[in-house]
Design a protein around this ligand. Structure first.
Ligand code: NAP
Ligand code: MG
Length: 401
């Protein structure tokens, strides 16, 4: 066998929960360790260990990501009341993704993995559409009042210097509702820089849209910050890379996206991103064929799958039943991280390996060998449905061929 590929700098490895934890080990054993002298700094983000460390391990893993620059993360359980009972937790620990995101101050980019035989519902989408969602503020940090009856609702700002700005929102004649939302220039600027950096990285155009014609201060502030940062810091780099920044109104953007061929990054405000990412991902086929990467404004990267821990399959697995869980998004989390590590370290063999593993994964599916979720939606004939392990072994065969 050929010599293993050497790594210069370790990847930050964040292990996770349930079925994806099982896939994680299979991917490492079958597809990575035989080919790479894999260097990782390992953090066990499995819920049991998060509980044992009072969730310190999540914070440590995020800080290590800042230090090394590239991480790969397995899906993890976000505890709810049922999980507190199931794992006998000391506390209902916060979402690891939320904790990591707030430490890295990043933006999440999600892109579909396209294969022949799994066609998007929108016929003209020939290339992936990457959705960049701003993950701070707006309606997700709202303050609301259920107005009981007649009265006046105000928007008030008290400056530290004592100045007060006050706007009448509505003079109510009867019952109604009120909502206050906010965002910060700092967060919007980080969002803009993350999008522009990622666009340069991917050599793709950026589209951004708000409703600035109606929201003349709030949404207009987003538009202005994006434009200012673009003009001052990115304009020339974009010209050199042959890519563009395009701003339009959100309703116009939606209409254009439906008619587009794809191949661009769609930056969305928090709520638009929540809604549009589910539309885009389901139109492209499946959450199990969707990659996700968190990019910080300083250029730190954390790769993961867009789906969760596939709990239902895990209980089948525990009961000794066969599962057919799709490992593609988790494999692509690894290849994304390995390629980025290779780029940063100048180790071309690592980038080439990532390309080959992705190609082998796609070729395996296109040859008709796939997991059950894909078999249900493919247009290919003569499909072989494989179990979780057999699918990964078939990818290895393709890779070695
Ligand atoms: P999920 O794990 O994404 O799975 C939902 C359903 O989607 C599955 O039951 C399965 O459908 C299908 N599915 C998802 N991924 C698949 C794959 N790779 N292969 C085949 N089918 C797949 O969501 P969930 O069951 O709502 O959440 C489970 C846990 O994941 C929760 O504790 C949640 O907190 C966590 N979660 C973590 C992340 C993250 O770490 N990024 C994201 C979301 C959720 P069928 O059962 O019909 O086969
Ligand atoms: Mg959503």
């Amino acid at each position: 066998m050929a010599e293993k590929i050497v790594m210069k700098t370790p990847l930050v490895e964040m292990d996770g929960d349930e079925m994806t934890r099982i896939l994680w080990k299979m991917i490492k054993d079958e597809l990575l360790l035989p080919f790479i002298d894999l260097k990782t700094e390992y953090y066990d983000l499995g819920l049991k260990h998060r509980n044992e460390t009072d969730d310190q391990v999540t914070v440590d893993s995020a800080n290590a990501t800042k230090k090394y620059g590239v991480a790969v993360k397995c899906a993890t359980i976000t505890p709810n009341a049922a999980r507190v009972k199931e794992y006998d937790l000391k506390e209902m620990w916060k979402s690891p993704n939320g904790t990591i995101r707030s430490i890295l101050d990043g933006t999440v980019f999600r892109a579909p993995i396209m294969v022949k035989g799994i066609e998007p519902c929108v016929r003209n989408w020939e290339k992936p559409i990457t959705l960049a969602r701003h993950a701070y503020g707006d309606v997700y940090k709202n303050v609301e009042i259920k107005v009981p009856g007649a009265g006046k609702g105000y928007l008030v700002f008290e400056g530290e210097d004592g100045t007060v700005q006050k706007e009448l929102i509505q003079e109510f004649k009867g019952a109604g509702i009120l909502q206050g939302i906010h965002n910060t220039d700092k967060s919007i600027s980080s969002f803009a820089r993350s999008c522009f950096n990622y666009a340069l990285d991917q050599k793709q155009d950026v589209w951004f849209a708000t409703k600035d014609t109606i929201s003349k201060k709030y949404d207009h502030n987003f538009k202005d910050i994006f434009q200012e940062i673009f003009d001052n810091e990115y304009k020339e780099k974009f010209e050199q890379a042959g890519i563009t920044y395009f701003y339009t109104l959100i309703d116009d953007a939606v209409a254009r996206v439906m008619k587009a061929k794809g191949g661009f990054i769609w930056a969305c405000k928090n709520y638009d991103g929540d809604v549009m990412s589910d539309m885009v991902s389901s139109a492209f086929g499946s959450l199990a064929m969707m990659t996700s990467v968190l990019v910080s404004p300083e250029g730190v990267y954390e790769y993961e799958a867009a789906h969760g821990t596939v709990q239902r399959h895990y209980y089948k697995h525990l009961a000794g039943e066969e599962t057919s869980t799709n490992s593609v998004a988790t494999i692509f989390a690894w290849t994304g991280a390995l390629r980025k590590r290779g780029e940063l370290d100048g180790t071309k063999e690592l980038c080439d390996f990532a390309d080959r593993l992705e190609a082998a994964t796609i070729a395996t599916i296109e040859s008709g060998r796939m997991t059950k979720d894909l078999a249900l939606i493919t247009s290919l004939k003569d499909v072989t449905v494989l179990n979780s392990e057999a699918f990964i072994k078939e990818i290895r065969k393709t890779l070695e061929a």
